[in-house]
Design a protein around this ligand. Structure first.
Ligand code: KG4
Ligand code: ZN
Length: 353
């Protein structure tokens, strides 16, 4: 075991909320192991995650991956100080695998354990590499969520806006499916778009009208009256489908279609984010979640944010997409404050931050 941080607590993180089985060991902020076993090849033929297959593969993989992570970290189970496990939101069957194994290990090694909200993991992941002082604005963009949060402090997050339909990652994945590029689509579209012209096709950008509070009870009082920071990607997806069904699409290179489609998503994400930062007088912006691995989003949000006087932070790529280091980190401070989950901890498909 690394000696320099021996006095800092060592936390095992387990993340099985969707299709990646991830296990990490964290000591303080130091990542001793961060293993992610991808199921991309399992789900690729279906163009999306098949929940039943995902949970079955988690079941097969989780124990060997825990062994691998402990070995990489050069630490034994009994030497750990606690276990953090994602218990929502996500696919219930998948979540249950992680939650059950965490409980079993906690009992076997007599360790405290804590359930972690996956979204808090994404939101705090950036802190593993950068000290970003609270408050900050966070654009959380993943396969299941596209939301803007005001992070006031650890554990204190206010939802400012969210997608009214698809998440941005879903919009990438569905486009890749339509273009016959496989699953997951974000990275493939990102790579193709590097050789494409983002202005080749003008796909629509959603400009949303205010909504009434009843439709969005989870949003803050102030924002629920306006819906000002909401997102919508379903119209863009339909526009792509219609474009591909039309006569003219064969005149365009797939690279140009990918770049133009990606540009529309990035435009919508950046517009709302910069607007919120300006309205709320926040000068620190964090972008996190799987879609924050997108090279065009990273480039533009950095450039445009900094031009507007903002400090923009994004995790490194391996901490953008699902990983267990962020879960261990989000669990560690709660464990340090004495918070514990009990053995009746449940797994939840939806879970508010
Ligand atoms: O956070 P994440 O790993 O899992 C969820 O919590 O959903 O996000 C996965 C999403 C997928 O939709 C994937 O296509 C997208 O992140 N993604 C990307 C890129 N890498 C992953 N989207 C755009 N560009 C990328 N480079
Ligand atoms: Zn995620």
């Amino acid at each position: 075991m690394t000696t320099s941080h021996k006095n800092l607590p060592s936390i095992l993180g387990i993340e099985t909320s969707c299709d990646d089985t991830a296990v990490a060991v964290l000591q303080g902020r130091q990542i001793l192991a961060n293993v992610v076993s991808s199921q991309d090849e399992v789900h690729n033929p279906y163009g999306g995650v098949v929940p039943e297959l995902a949970s079955r593969h988690h079941l097969q993989n989780v124990l060997p991956i825990i062994d691998q992570a402990l070995k990489t970290a050069e630490i034994r189970l009994e030497q750990l100080d606690g276990i953090a496990v994602t218990n929502g939101p996500g696919l219930v069957g998948s979540l249950l695998v992680g939650v059950s194994v965490a409980k079993a290990l906690a009992v076997a090694a007599n360790l405290p354990f804590i359930g972690v909200n996956h979204l808090e993991g994404h939101l705090l992941a950036v802190q593993l590499e950068n000290k970003v002082a609270f408050p900050f604005l966070c654009l959380l963009v993943s396969g299941g969520h596209t939301s803007l949060y005001l992070a006031c402090d650890r554990g204190k997050y206010q939802l400012l806006g969210a997608t009214r339909d698809d998440a941005a990652g879903e919009a990438f994945d569905k486009a890749a499916k339509m273009l016959g590029l496989g699953y997951p689509g974000g990275r493939v579209i990102d790579n193709l778009a590097r050789d494409g012209n983002p202005t080749a096709i003008r796909f629509p950008r959603a400009h949303l009208k205010p909504v009434l509070s009843k439709a969005y009870p989870e949003q803050s009082r102030k924002v629920e009256k306006t819906g000002r920071y909401d997102f919508s990607f379903s119209g863009l997806k339909t526009a792509l489908r219609q474009f591909l069904q039309g006569q003219g699409h064969s005149a365009y290179r797939t690279e140009d279609i990918a770049a133009s489609y990606q540009e529309a998503i990035v435009d919508m994400l950046i517009e709302r984010t910069l607007q919120a930062a300006q309205d709320l007088h926040l000068d620190q912006v964090v972008v996190s979640g799987g879609v924050s691995a997108n090279s065009r989003l990273r480039q533009r949000v950095s450039e445009e944010g900094e031009r507007g006087g903002l400090h923009v932070y994004m995790p490194s790529i391996r901490l953008c997409t699902d990983n267990a280091a962020m879960i261990a980190f989000a669990g560690a401070w709660r464990l340090a404050r004495g918070q514990r989950s009990s053995l009746d901890l449940g797994a939840f498909a939806t879970l508010r931050l």
